[in-house]
Every structure is written in C-alpha cells, then in structure tokens.
Ligand binder design. Structure first.
Ligand code: NAG
Ligand code: NAG
Length: 382
C-alpha cells in the first residue's frame, strides 16, 4: 500500500537532505529577521513540528516599510477572472498596487505568472527584455505530476510561490496556528478555532467518507479505495459518487464530512509538501483524516503526529480497516486523535487574494536584490 508514496522515498529524501542547507537559505531570504531568528532557534532545539515558516506573519509592524509596490497579475489563474483584493483592507498590508492590466508591465516591480496558463499556451510569457529590477514570480499549486512542460521555463524566474515549504514565497493550502503561540489580531480574523472533542463528536454515527472529483484508475488512491471497501463501509461523494448535498460553496464539504468519524484525505499524487484542502477540510470538520500523500514525517511538519492516520502506518489495508473499526468502538482511543484540537486554529488561505498580497509583501522585502531561480524542474520534483 502507498506504493506511489514509497516510490518517491529514498533517492528523493537523500536529495532533500542535501538541499537542506539551500532550503534554509531560501527560507531565510523570504523571512523577516524575527522569523529567521525564531526558525533558527527552533531548528537548533530540534523542534521541527509545526514550525513552518509562518505564512500568516501578516501582522504589520511599525518598522515595516510601506513603500509602493506594483504587482502585475499576468493571467487570472485558469482563465477565471477574480476581482483583485485590496491588501490594505484585507490584511493591513499597505502600499500594494495589484493590477491585471498589461499596460502596467513597464513599471511593475514584479509579475506573478501562473504556471498552468503559460504552460498550456493560453498566455505567453511577458515580453523580453524585461524592465531592470523587475521580478518574475512562478506561481503553481498543482503537484509535479500535474505540472506540465516545466522544462520550458528554466532560467526565467526570480522567485517561486508554491505550497512547498522551501519556496521563496511559501503559502500552503492550509495551516495550523497554535492559539497561545500565534500572534493575535489578524490571525484570529482568518483562522478558525478548532474545538476539543465533545461526547457527541466521539460518537458520530457514520464511519468513513471520501469526496472524489477526479476519478482515475491509475491513481494510488483509487486502488486503496478498492481494497479498503472490502473491509469497511466507505461513503463516496463527488462526481464519481453521490452528490455532495447543497454543493453551492466550499462549506458544504465540511458540513458533510462533519457527520463522519474519519475522512479519506487522499492526494491525487504523492509529492513533498503536497498536502491539499482535502486534509484541511477534514480537520475543519473534526473528522480524523486518513491520509495518502507524502511521508508521515512530511505531514508531521504540518500537524501533530496523532492528528492524522497515515496509510503507511499499516503494513496492510486490512490492518488500517481494523484500526478504524477498533476506534469506532473505543471513544477513549479515538479521543487521542482529536484532543490536540483544543489548542489550535486552522487557517485555509483564500485563492488568490491571499497569495497576491503575500507576494506583494515578499517583493518589497526582496527589493534591490537579484534573485534567480535555478533548476526549477529539478527542485520542484525533489
Ligand atoms: C485527473 O487525473 C488525470 C490522471 O492523473 C489527470 O491527467 C488530469 O489532469 C486530472 N484532472 C484534473 C482536473 O485534475
Ligand atoms: C531575474 O531573473 C533573470 C533570469 O534569470 C535574471 O536575468 C535577472 O537578473 C533577475 N532579476 C532580478 C531583479 O533578480
């Protein structure tokens, strides 16, 4: 089980370890000094869990430079128009002018380029020569398996913006904030507090749900499902199953999953840090996520170890199924997987408002510096 997950292990992990030093440098580049000090200290004491570079560090400080930054959004991702946010109103990030007008190109400090739109040819790259000091930002939220023609874009970009923790501009699909350690204010405005489990929470009548929109027989997650359903009831929703009730907004999945004890948070492909809203929806809903994705160790950078059940924790799918059935009849044991919630809030950045404003801030921070993204393909696949 987890064959795809395992196939990316040894070689790539070794590669990652070699890159560790580089990763830290990249991380340093994109952090404020305070953040660098904090990350450095925590790495020193060997506490890696949940000390990701903090994408929520949006609190403006008095010392912060709020000089003007013009950020050009080269294409609306996937060709879907969205009104550009006001970064000051939303996040109190001043001095950001976001624009989607190509005529701003000559004076833009940076251009955000969404990979899919240039890779499919829906849009060309901006014209060269580029204005001096302008930064091109490579933005991508698909996994390497679904990121095509990457090699065409070597040596163009200055900054990366993805779900990977070692991106220049890191913004994940979701994120936990420790309620005591997290700063107040803005974080509280966006992060959703989680609750320690109540009695009824522990006794939810339904066992296991899965919402799946893109069914592909070649996905590891589909073969896992075929095996799992031999032992336990799996309620399948989405395009390939029953419809998600009231599918009008993102909240409906969370409401649906909130009736279940467990949720299959199975990624479409298995890659470093590729942990998507599937996991965070389950967390939000209070169902224990059963995950298929990167390694357990990788998930533990985002969540406490007991907050999820990893398919690799079991040598057989039958073992996994038995464990779920055992928990169903042992609320005290189940509680172990849920008690951590009392101390955390969960935060799911909204696409793409948060991304643009975070990028704007990063552009200001790296102003006057030359940044070059080398080996984009090799890095993204590592
Ligand atoms: C669905 O999965 C297939 C097979 O992996 C992939 O080629 C395709 O791009 C996916 N579609 C979407 C919308 O993610
Ligand atoms: C941006 O990247 C290009 C291509 O690697 C490079 O020539 C240019 O000097 C970089 N500019 C900045 C401001 O970092």
């Amino acid at each position: 089980m987890g064959a795809a997950g395992r196939s990316m292990t040894t070689a790539q992990r070794a590669d990652r370890q070699q890159r560790g030093g580089v990763g830290l440098l990249v991380l340093r580049r994109s952090c404020s000094y305070v953040c660098v000090a904090a990350v450095g200290f925590l790495l020193l004491v060997g506490v890696c869990l949940l000390y990701l570079p903090d994408p929520l560090a949006l609190e403006p400080s008095f010392a912060e430079d709020s000089s003007e930054v013009t950020l050009l959004i080269w294409t609306h991702p996937f060709g879907r128009y969205r009104k550009l946010p006001d970064c000051f109103e939303l996040f109190q990030i001043g001095g950001c002018t976001l624009t989607d007008e190509g005529s701003a190109y000559p004076r833009a400090d940076a251009v955000i380029i969404h990979h899919r739109d240039v890779a499919t040819g829906a849009a060309d790259l901006p014209p060269e020569p580029r204005p001096r000091a302008q930064k091109w930002i490579w933005m991508n939220y698909e996994s390497p398996t679904h990121t095509h023609r990457l090699w065409l874009f070597e040596d163009y970009f200055n900054l990366t913006m993805t779900y990977r923790t070692d991106s220049d501009i890191f913004l994940p699909y979701g994120y936990l904030v420790h309620r005591e350690r997290g700063t107040k204010g803005l974080q509280n405005r966006f992060a959703q507090p989680l609750r320690a489990p109540s009695r009824s929470h522990l006794l939810r009548p339904r066992l296991l749900a899965w919402v799946i929109s893109n069914w592909s027989e070649s996905h590891a997650r589909v073969s896992l499902y075929y095996q799992l359903r031999r032992y336990v009831q799996v309620d399948v929703f989405g395009r390939s199953g029953r419809p998600v009730p009231d599918d009008s907004g993102g909240g409906s999945v969370v409401r649906l999953v909130g009736r279940y004890q467990f949720y299959l948070a199975l990624e479409n492909s298995q890659h470093t840090d590729y942990i998507t809203e599937k996991l965070w929806n389950a967390v939000q809903a209070g169902a224990v996520p059963v995950v298929l994705g990167p390694s357990r160790q990788n998930y533990e950078r985002f969540l406490p170890p007991e907050a999820f059940i990893h398919v690799d924790d079991f040598s057989t799918v039958r073992g996994l199924a038995r464990y779920l059935l055992m928990l169903r009849h042992n609320p005290a044991q189940l509680r172990r997987h849920l008690d951590w919630r009392g101390s955390y809030s969960v935060y799911q950045p909204s696409f793409w408002a948060h991304h643009y404003c975070t990028a704007c801030r990063a552009v200001r921070r790296t102003r006057g510096r030359t940044d070059v993204v080398q080996d984009l393909t090799r890095w993204f696949h590592s």
